[in-house]
Design a protein around this ligand. Structure first.
Ligand code: OFO
Length: 169
């Protein structure tokens, strides 16, 4: 049976992952209507990934004898000044998620819940990968600055990257 401190911490994470999904969905919408179809495809897929991260937690809590809970969510930003701002926000958000996963990992150590610690390893690895992907994209966008042709190229690259990405699982 899952301890209540762990259940609470994981339920908070369910809310964060669901919120991540909504943030990326909102960013994808902005990209789609502002002429960045590749970035939109990338962020729509990212929103789906976050939904999967959320569901993984839901099933884990329920399988361990707890109960997954949904919480109210803040409305994400609907408007951005540039693609650079979008990806700066993505990066900041992923760093925040990494910190939250690390905090929960610390709780599992304190509670001697090594099973949940082991389960969280998947999220820890996922965060390393996501932060590195986002930082590469951010570097490229920063490099081209306001150059329209460069931006067009990056958007195409994001499209190809999304088309070649492994199925979400
Ligand atoms: Fe990278 O956001 Fe979910 O875990």
């Amino acid at each position: 049976m899952i301890k209540s401190a762990i259940e609470t911490a994981l339920n908070d994470q369910i809310m964060r992952e669901e919120h991540s999904s909504r943030i990326y969905l909102s960013m994808a919408i902005w990209c789609e209507v502002n002429g960045y179809p590749g970035a939109a495809a990338f962020l729509y897929r990212q929103a789906d990934e976050e939904r999967m991260h959320q569901l993984k937690l839901v099933h884990y809590i329920n399988d361990r004898g707890g109960k997954a809970m949904l919480k109210p969510l803040e409305l994400p930003n609907a408007d951005y000044n540039s693609l650079l701002e979008v990806f700066e926000e993505v990066m900041k958000h992923e760093q925040y998620i990494t910190a939250s996963i690390n905090d929960i990992y610390e709780i599992t150590l304190k509670e001697k819940d090594y099973t949940t610690g082991n389960f969280l390893q998947w999220y820890i690895n996922e965060q390393i990968e996501e932060e590195s992907t986002m930082s590469t994209i951010l570097d490229k966008i920063s490099l081209v600055g306001k150059d329209k042709a460069g931006m067009f190229h990056i958007d195409k690259e994001l499209d190809t990257m999304t088309a070649n990405a492994a199925p979400i699982a």
